[in-house]
Design a protein. Structure first.
Length: 123
């Protein structure tokens, strides 16, 4: 996943001279139409963008707060789809039009967790 600044830098390295505000607008539009996924980075209060994974349907995603990698939890697709359908139906009954439901779980991935025995002090 890339932040706006990282995307801008990558484009500039490739010789594309793009205005930073134009890039903000483009990233937001691509996220709004579903081509990109936009995720909040809680620590830095910035947005991170990644390509939308359209094949997973509504699989919940787990995002590591340490390394920002994302993992799809495909086994949760059916229950998540049922919950999303209920939420969208409830919104429709209230007169709202829901567009999509994003399910994210934040935590620390197995690769970023300290070794199980490393935190024990020897005494």
């Amino acid at each position: 996943m890339l932040t706006h600044a990282q995307a801008l830098s990558a484009l500039q390295v490739r010789g594309l001279d793009i205005n930073r505000v134009t890039l903000y607008r483009l990233l937001d539009r691509l996220a709004a139409c579903g081509a990109l996924q936009r995720h909040a980075d809680d620590d830095a209060r910035t947005w991170r963008y990644s390509l939308a994974d359209l094949d997973d349907g509504l699989a919940p995603r787990f995002e590591c707060d340490a390394c920002h990698r994302q993992f799809r939890v495909a086994e949760g697709s059916a229950p998540t789809q049922a919950a999303a359908t209920d939420l969208l139906r409830t919104l429709a009954q209230l007169g709202h039009q829901g567009v999509r439901v994003d399910v994210a779980i934040h935590g620390t991935c197995a690769g970023c967790l300290p070794a199980r025995g490393a935190s024990k002090s020897q005494g």
